[in-house]
Design a protein around this ligand. Sequence first.
Ligand code: COA
Length: 337
Amino acid sequence: MIRTPVLVGLGAMVPPRVVDNEELSQRLDTDDHWIRTRTGITRRHWAGPGTATGDLAVTAAQRALRSAGGGPVDMLILATSTPDHPMPATAPGVAARLGLGPIAAFDISVACAGFVYALATAAGAIAAGIAERVVVVGADIWSTRLDPQDRTTAVIFGDGAGAVVLRAGEPDEPGALAGFDLGGDGTFKDLALVPGGGSRGRSEPDGAGEADDYVTMHGKEIFTHAVHRMAESSAQLLKKIGWSASDIDWVAAHQANVRILHTVAGLLKVDRARVLVHLDRVGNTSAASIPLALTDAAAGGRLAPGQRVLMTAFGGGLSWGSAAMTWPPIQVSDVVS
Ligand code: COA
C-alpha cells in the first residue's frame, strides 16, 4: 500500500524591515499608484545586513515544528534559489541549527516553483518509505540580488520563509496530499535569470561582473507564461485526482502579481474570493510564497479543516507545479505581516 503524506505543521516568517512603495519611489522612477495597480503590492520585507536565507529558514521551520507539536524528523528539504553559499547546500546547516540530528538534508533549486517541487519530493520520499516525517522549507532572499537601477524587479520581490511538516498517514485524513502535477520548459530559461555566480559565468573569458549577480526578468513574457502554465497545470492535476473547480475551497497560487492571480482564477473558473492574496503585504517571496500565504490565511482563521486547497506555482526555469490537499486541523498562531 502506498503511504500518503499528510501535512501536520505550518509556519512562516518575514524579516522585520518593511520597504513600502513610497520608499522605492524615492530612489526609482516609479510610484505607489503604478505599483499597486500593476502588481497589487503595497509593501514587502527585506532582510538586512547579516541575515541569510538559512536564518529565515530556521525560524520558519521552528514555527512549523511547533505547530506540528514537535517530534522527530528524518529529512529536511529546503527550496531556495538564493542559498547561503554555492556549496555546501544550506539545508544541512538549517537541520543542524534546529537540532534535528544527522538527518538527510538537501536543497532544491526551482526558483518560485521550488516549494511545490520540494513538497512533491518529500511526498515521494514518504510514499517510498525513505522518510517518515519531513520538514519542507521554502526560503529566499532576493533583495540582495536586485539591480538598484531596475524598477521592474525592485518593486516585485520580497524576502521570507515558510515551512511545513509532513508525516506518513492515510489518504482519507484531513491534511492528506491528494496529488501533484509538475512541469518545465528550459527553452525559455533566459526569461528570468541570474547570469553570474555559476559555472557558466565563470567560463566567460572576461569573467562575470557585479551586475551579473543581479536577477534579470522579462516581466511581460513571464506574466503570460505564468498565467497559462499555472492554469494548465492546475487543470491537469484536478483531472488526475477527479476534483472539479467547484470542489476547491481555496487556491494558494504563487504570489507574484495580483493580476496573475485573478487571470488564473478566471481560467480555472474559480471565484476570485477563493484565491488567497498575501502579496499585497510581502511581494513575491519566491519559494516562500505559498507557505507564507497559507500561514497568513490559517492564522487569520480562513482555512478550515477538511477544506480542499489547490496550490500552484510558476517561476524561472521555466518551471511550474501544482499540488492538492485537504486542510488539516492544525494550530498556526504566528501572524506574518
Ligand atoms: N514603475 C513605473 N513604470 C514601470 C515600472 C515601475 N516599477 N516597471 C515598468 N514600468 C513601465 C514600463 O517601462 C512600461 O513603460 P512604457 O509603456 O513607457 O514602455 C510600462 O510600465 C508597462 O511595462 P510592462 O512591462 O508592460 O508592465 P506590466 O504591466 O507587464 O508590469 C510587471 C510589469 C513586471 C509588474 C509584470 O509584467 C509582472 O508582474 N510580470 C511577472 C513577474 C513575475 O511573475 N516574476 C516572478 C517569476 S520570475
